[in-house]
Design a binder for this molecule. Structure first.
Ligand code: NAD
Ligand code: GLY
Length: 370
């Protein structure tokens, strides 16, 4: 049994299927989108080793010709060299506009393959089969595709929607716990930004989600996708409300830059620490009750996640250094930093009205506790 979340973008509607064992039905699920029986799969070597044979055998069993390219795993892949390799590979295979590119992997592969699909022949249709929790709840939905530039993360890309998303929660069983919990940071983000009941549900059921309970996992992925789809419908190109999805990200992006986009801090871990800091900041500014930041931190801590700057190994810049890194954030407008803050759990909003000294004090205190 799978659940379906609709993304009703006019003229580019698509479904997100969520359930266990979906890749065993990939042939029938992909069939309505195939104009000829061919699929070009972009994946990474880790996902390929664990799951590609199963996906390929299902598709080939239905007479669908499969080509697959496995790129090295990791954030380093999301740059020009592997991107041009993928684009040239698709062109060498004479992939046509009517064919399907399949992004089979985490957010790195989803972002890179989606962008490749957007530019090859000015647009080939593509399907997302996300294999990490982060990709199932966030990056495979909503059409942000792209790669990193030497100047910064995600600076080259396109809004390009998939025609279908298959979130097979069974694939998460092989995901290392650290990557799983990083994705859970994005799940918590949805509760914090717009659904207090969902956050309450996570406080009760987060351990079951992490332990692999299929119903709990399916619900967490479904509610996250519903919330993301709803925001993307309101504001596909991020002129307004979509920025809410960046709760915690102003801090996160600075911390990722400070740690060199390395293993010291995974993106979802930075989001969790960033959410905790955003709630701290909101309380300091008198916007939300003092108990809220404690409740956020308590849940992250109970899940065994990174929660504060002291959980990040190695040196970090001082508060002014971190503020300078924040100034590179894509949400900066006319040189003005914008934050996603909260009036309470489940009630986030975007603002540029944050005095720098308050942020500096917050960071100084957080750094001092390291
Ligand atoms: P990732 O794609 O690097 O995957 C993390 C690791 O897990 C990799 O080593 C991968 O090989 C491995 N892996 C993937 N699936 C597996 C499985 N089922 N079993 C075992 N191992 C598996 O990282 P991620 O956390 O999925 O994504 C991070 C990326 O997503 C970042 O580049 C970030 O910028 C991007 N992102 C994009 C959006 C968007 O809206 N487009 C949103 C959030 C994040
Ligand atoms: N992950 C943020 C967005 O999709 O807008």
């Amino acid at each position: 049994m799978s659940r379906i979340v609709d993304v009703n973008l006019p003229g580019r509607e698509y479904e997100i299927h969520i359930g266990e064992g979906l890749i065993d039905r990939a042939d029938t699920l992909l069939a309505p989108h195939l104009r000829r029986k061919r699929a070009a799969i972009l994946t990474d070597e880790t996902v390929a080793a664990a799951h590609l044979a199963r996906l390929t055998s299902v598709l080939e069993g239905a007479g669908i010709h499969v080509d697959a390219l496995a790129l090295p795993p990791g954030e380093q892949t999301k740059g020009w060299p592997q991107f041009s390799r993928a684009v040239e590979w698709l062109l060498e295979r004479k992939v046509e506009r009517g064919d399907l590119v399949v992004a089979f992997g985490g957010g790195v592969i989803g972002d890179l393959a989606g962008f490749a699909a957007a530019v090859v022949r000015r647009g080939v249709r593509f399907v997302q089969i996300p294999t990490t929790l982060l990709a199932q709840v966030d990056s495979s939905v909503g059409g942000k595709t792209g790669i990193n530039a030497p100047q910064g993360k995600n600076l080259i890309g396109a809004f390009y929607q998939p025609v279908l998303v298959l979130a097979d929660i069974g694939l998460l069983d092989t995901l290392p716990r650290r990557d799983f919990l990083a994705g859970y940071g994005e799940v918590v983000k949805y509760g914090l930004l717009g659904d207090a009941d969902f956050f309450g549900w996570l406080e009760q059921n987060g351990p079951a989600v992490a332990a692999g309970d299929p119903a709990a996992r399916a619900h967490a992925v479904q509610r996250s996708c519903e919330m993301k789809a709803e925001i993307v419908l309101r504001d596909e190109k991020e002129h307004g409300d979509r920025a809410l999805l960046n709760l915690g990200h102003t801090f996160c992006h600075a911390l990722e830059a400070a740690t060199g986009y390395s293993d010291r801090l995974l993106h979802g871990e930075g989001v969790a620490v960033g959410c905790a800091l955003a709630f701290d900041l909101s309380a300091r500014l008198g916007l939300c009750p003092q108990e809220d930041p404690s409740r956020v931190a308590a849940h992250l801590r109970a899940m065994g996640m990174k929660t504060t700057l002291s959980d990040i190994p190695g040196d970090l810049p001082d508060a002014d250094g971190l503020l300078d890194l924040m100034a590179q954030d894509k949400k900066v407008v006319d040189g003005q930093l914008r934050f996603i803050l909260a009036r309470g759990i489940g009630d986030a909003f975007v603002t540029a009205d944050v005095p720098r000294p308050v942020v500096r004090d917050l960071l100084n205190e957080a750094l001092a506790s390291r």
